[in-house]
Design a protein around this ligand. Structure first.
Ligand code: G3I
Length: 445
C-alpha cells in the first residue's frame, strides 16, 4: 500500500480560558467532547483536510487516520492526509482532558476516483445521516425518559445523530422551578448519554416567554433585582453545563409575528428594558467564553419582514452572538427554496453560524390527508433534499448543525399543536426510514 502521509500544519490560535465555576454542585472533572470535520481537497480528491473542532481548552488530542500508522499527535491547525488506495477508512480523533478521554470517529470511502463525497461513492452504499454529513452535525431532540428507556430511540440516535437538543427539559421552567432552586437532572441524563456516544449537546433555551416559570412572571422585586436574578440563572446554568454543552439558544422567539415584528412584551422586556436580549447574551458570554451563543426563532424563512427584524438584532448583538437558529417548522410545499436560501445568505454574509434548529416538514398542512400517500411522502422528501442541499452549500465556517424536531412522526409536537394527523419527520412510528431519510442523503451529494 502506497501510503504517503502529507502533513501540512496551519497554525490556529488556540483560545485558552479559565473558568471558575461557583456552582454548588460537587466539582467533577469536565469531559471535553472530541469533535472534528473534514473536507476533500478540490484540487486532489485523494487529499483530505482534517480540522479538530473540539470546544473547550486544556486538552491534548491525537489522530488515527485509519491508515494503520497508529496515533499521531494533533498539532494546531488543519491536517492534510492522503488516501491513495480504494477502501473504507475510519478516522478517529482522541481528546484527553483531566484524565478523561473522548473520541470522535468518521468513516470515509475511497474508490478509484478518490475520496467519495459524503461517503457516497459512485457505486452507492448504505450510509447513515451523520456519517454522510461530514461537514456539519446532524441533530434531533430527546428527553431523559427516552434516553432511560433506550431501545430503538437510543439505537437510532447512535446510528444517525451526533447532536442532541433537549425538547423541553433545559428551559427555565424546568431548570429553575423556583427562586434559587435548580434542577439540571434531566439535562444531565441527556449530556451523559451524549458524552458516552461522541455527540454534542445544544442547549435550548435559556430565555423564552413560553417556558418562563410562574415565579418569574410574578416577580415582586425591583427591576434591578430581576436583572440580577436573570444573570444568576444564566451564570449558574452555563457553569453547570460548562464543557458539556457546546452551544445555547440564549433567547428564543423574541419577536411578535404581527406588523413590524415588535419585541414581545415578555416579563424580561418589561423588567430589563428593550435591550434585555443583549444583556442576556452578555451574561452568557461572561459565564462561558467558549460556548457558542445563538438567537433562535421561527418563520425566518417564510417571513421576509421577520427575517429582517432578526438580522437587525444579529447586527446589534455584534460579536456577542455566534449563530442564528432558524427553526424551520415548514411544509412540503412552502416556504420556497429562495426564501430558505435567503436565511442562509443573510447568516453567512454576517459571518455567523447557521443552525437549522427544529426542522420538521408537514406533509398534511391543510389536513387533506388521512394517510401518508406515496405521492405526498415523495413531495415531502423533495423538500427535505432541498433544505439539506441549501444547508450543505454554505461555507464550512458557517456550518454548525441541522437538527430535526423529533425522530419519528408520531412523537411530533405538530400533531397536538394542529390537532390533526401529520407525518413531519424522517422515521415512521416503527423507526423505519421514510423517503425523507434517503432524500436527506441525496441532498448531501
Ligand atoms: O412529559 C411530561 C409528562 O410526564 C407530564 O405528564 C405532562 C403534563 O405535565 O407534561 C409532559 O411534558 C410536556 C412535554 O412537552 C412533553 O409532552 C411539557 O409539560 C411541555 O411543556 C412540553 O412542551 C414542549 C414545548 O416546546 C414547551 O417547552 C414541547 O414538547 C416542545 O416540542 C416544544 O418545542 C418548541 C421549541 O422549544 C421552540 N420552538 C417551538 C417548539 C414547538 O412548540
Amino acid at each position: 500500500m502506497n501510503k504517503i502521509l502529507i502533513l501540512s500544519i496551519v497554525l490556529f490560535g488556540i483560545f485558552a480560558c479559565s473558568s471558575d465555576g461557583n456552582d454548588d454542585d460537587p466539582v467533577i472533572p469536565i469531559k471535553v467532547q472530541a469533535s472534528f470535520v473534514y473536507t476533500i481537497s478540490t484540487v486532489d480528491s485523494h487529499l483530505l483536510f482534517l480540522e479538530n473542532t473540539t470546544s473547550g481548552d486544556g486538552f491534548t488530542s491525537s489522530w488515527d487516520y485509519g491508515l494503520g500508522g497508529g496515533n499521531v499527535n494533533d498539532a494546531p491547525g488543519v491536517d492534510t492526509v492522503r488516501y491513495d488506495t480504494a477502501g473504507t477508512y475510519t478516522i478517529k480523533l482522541t481528546v484527553v482532558k483531566d484524565g478523561l478521554t473522548t473520541t470522535a470517529t468518521k468513516t470515509i470511502k475511497v474508490d478509484a476516483t478518490g475520496i467519495c463525497p459524503n461517503g457516497l461513492c459512485s457505486g452507492g452504499g448504505s450510509e447513515t445521516l451523520k456519517s454522510a454529513a461530514t461537514t456539519f452535525s446532524v441533530g434531533t431532540i430527546t428527553r431523559d425518559s427516552y434516553i432511560i428507556a433506550g431501545g430503538k430511540h437510543t439505537e437510532t440516535l447512535k446510528a444517525d445523530f451526533n447532536n442532541l437538543t433537549s425538547e423541553y427539559q433545559m428551559k427555565m421552567d424546568k431548570m429553575n422551578p423556583s427562586l434559587g432552586k435548580y434542577d439540571f437532572s434531566a439535562g444531565d441524563v441527556i449530556v451523559k448519554f451524549a458524552q458516552e456516544n461522541s455527540m454534542n449537546v445544544h442547549g435550548h433555551a435559556l430565555i423564552w416567554h413560553s417556558s418562563t416559570p410562574s415565579w418569574v412572571e410574578n416577580f415582586a422585586g425591583t427591576n434591578a433585582e430581576f436583572e440580577t436574578m436573570v444573570e444568576n440563572y444564566i451564570t449558574t446554568t452555563l457553569n453547570h453545563f460548562k464543557g458539556k454543552v457546546r452551544s445555547w439558544d440564549v433567547v428564543n422567539e423574541a419577536f411578535e409575528d404581527g406588523t413590524g415584528h415588535p419585541l414581545r412584551n415578555s416579563i424580561f422586556r418589561q423588567k430589563m428594558g428593550d435591550d434585555y436580549i443583549k444583556k442576556c447574551f452578555q451574561f452568557a458570554r461572561n459565564a462561558d467564553p467558549n460556548v457558542l451563543l445563538f438567537y433562535n426563532d421561527y418563520n425566518i424563512a417564510s417571513s421576509s419582514t421577520k427575517r429582517a427584524a432578526i438580522f437587525a438584532l444579529v447586527d446589534n448583538l455584534g460579536s456577542l452572538i455566534d449563530g442564528v437558529g432558524a427553526q424551520m417548522h415548514i411544509s412540503y410545499n412552502e416556504p420556497s427554496a429562495s426564501s430558505i436560501q435567503a436565511v442562509a445568505d443573510g447568516t453567512v454574509s454576517r459571518g455567523k453560524k447557521l443552525h437549522f434548529s427544529e426542522l420538521d416538514i408537514r406533509a398534511n398542512p391543510n389536513n387533506d390527508q388521512t394517510t401518508l400517500t406515496t405521492a405526498r411522502a415523495d413531495l415531502q422528501a423533495a423538500k427535505f433534499k432541498e433544505v439539506v442541499k441549501i444547508y450543505n452549500s454554505i461555507p464550512l465556517a458557517n456550518k454548525f448543525a441541522l437538527t430535526t424536531w423529533g425522530v419519528r412522526d408520531n412523537e411530533s409536537w405538530l400533531i397536538a399543536f394542529w390537532k390533526h394527523i401529520d407525518w413531519p419527520l424522517m422515521f415512521n412510528e416503527d423507526y423505519s426510514k421514510k423517503p425523507a431519510y434517503n432524500a436527506f442523503l441525496e441532498g448531501l451529494k
